[in-house]
Design a protein around this ligand. Structure first.
Ligand code: FAD
Length: 315
């Protein structure tokens, strides 16, 4: 029996380029798009039973899919039209379904006069992807006010409390376990709704001034570098004013090695942000990998730093 015969809602050979921001790469052998937790778990369990590798995506804003695609099941778990139950205040806990757009969580928190998430305004994707990568901006991360994350661990649904999530800079335990992220609970302090809204709007405006909205791009490609990882020699070469919130922006290193304008096929480093790699049209994953290797060599040669990808490869 094949997966699509057991679960007829599962489609075969679906192009993943159309499902991700980067718009590159091949098809998923099996594909399901759902906002239903039961359906998601049933699909993942059945795939496991048939020894088919399963992968869950949220908004697809932080991934690069291989040209050969994904040989197993991809579930795109997202809810485009959130409902009343998607984000709820239960006692002091603000609970949100992981399939919700992150922008919705931010809006709903502000609606309820809750502070702490407003600086995440404008980050694309879903709550799930933000939890996996501990998304953040302007000195704030999604984990800052998180209490717990509900997951499916392959056997059962259970809660992982904040400390056990092992959040780090663009990192969490969810990057290293085959778990499915389902819901999250936050404990947010009260805030002044007007101030929160103004802050979120200001950030959205700053972002809109930085890059066009319709880019084929997964955001910053490489992780910024925590200062403690830099050698004295490298620090001496760097203008200290470039260090923001204890991290050296990779864009600065990339710019210093002349990355802007580098291109392989239709994959190019943007001319407005050296840490943005764009698909100019018919970009291929193989070209992306060549471009990434070239950039890594240049930075290693000049600064002795090995760049690490923030974007996740699929396939
Ligand atoms: C223009 C632009 C600007 C951006 N700015 C920022 C920024 O300021 N800060 C920042 O941190 N990021 C930024 N990003 C990157 C990206 O938007 C975030 O990392 C976002 O949180 C990813 O969410 P997603 O739902 O799209 O994740 P996806 O790309 O769908 O998935 C990311 C990873 O999470 C896994 N995953 C997703 N859902 C689940 C689940 N339910 N269970 C288990 N694993 C799951 C996937 O398998 C994948 O490995 C930007 C991206 C773009 C395009």
């Amino acid at each position: 029996m094949t997966l699509d015969k057991i679960l007829p809602q599962i489609k075969k050979r679906v192009c993943l380029a159309e499902k991700t921001y980067f718009q590159l790469g091949g098809p998923a052998r099996y594909f399901l798009e759902t906002n239903n937790v039961k359906e998601l778990i049933e699909a993942v369990k059945t795939a496991k039973h048939l020894k088919i590798p399963a992968l869950v995506l949220g908004g697809g804003s932080n991934v690069a899919v291989a040209d050969r695609g994904w040989s197993g099941l991809v579930v795109k778990f997202h809810r485009q039209k959130p409902r009343a139950k998607t984000c709820q205040l239960v006692g002091r806990e603000f609970i949100c379904e992981a399939s919700a757009p992150l922008a919705y969580l931010v809006r709903q928190s502000i609606r309820r006069h809750l502070a702490g998430l407003e600086k995440l305004a404008g980050i694309p994707g879903c709550v799930s992807g933000a939890l996996v990568g501990n998304a953040g901006a302007y000195g704030v991360a999604i984990s800052d006010h998180l209490a717990w994350v509900e997951i499916f661990d392959g056997q059962k649904i259970r809660r992982v409390d904040r400390t056990a999530c092992h959040f780090g800079y663009r990192d969490s335990i969810f990057k290293h376990r085959p778990w499915v992220v389902l819901r999250a609970g936050f404990i947010l302090p009260k805030g002044d709704q007007k101030i929160l809204l103004a802050e979120a709007r200001k950030i959205i405006k700053i972002r809109a001034g930085k890059y066009p909205v319709d880019l084929k791009c997964p955001g910053s490609f490489f992780k910024n570098i925590p200062v403690q990882k830099l050698t004295k020699k490298v620090l001496a070469q760097i203008d200290q004013a470039k260090i923001i919130e204890g991290k050296l922006p990779v864009a600065f290193l990339l710019e210093s090695v002349g990355a802007k304008g580098e291109r392989v096929g239709d994959m190019a480093v943007s001319d407005f942000h050296a840490n943005f790699i764009l698909n100019l049209g018919r970009g291929k994953f193989s070209d992306l990998k060549k471009l990434v290797a070239k950039l890594k060599v240049k930075v290693k040669k000049k600064f002795g730093i090995v760049l690490a990808e923030e974007v996740r490869y699929i396939g």
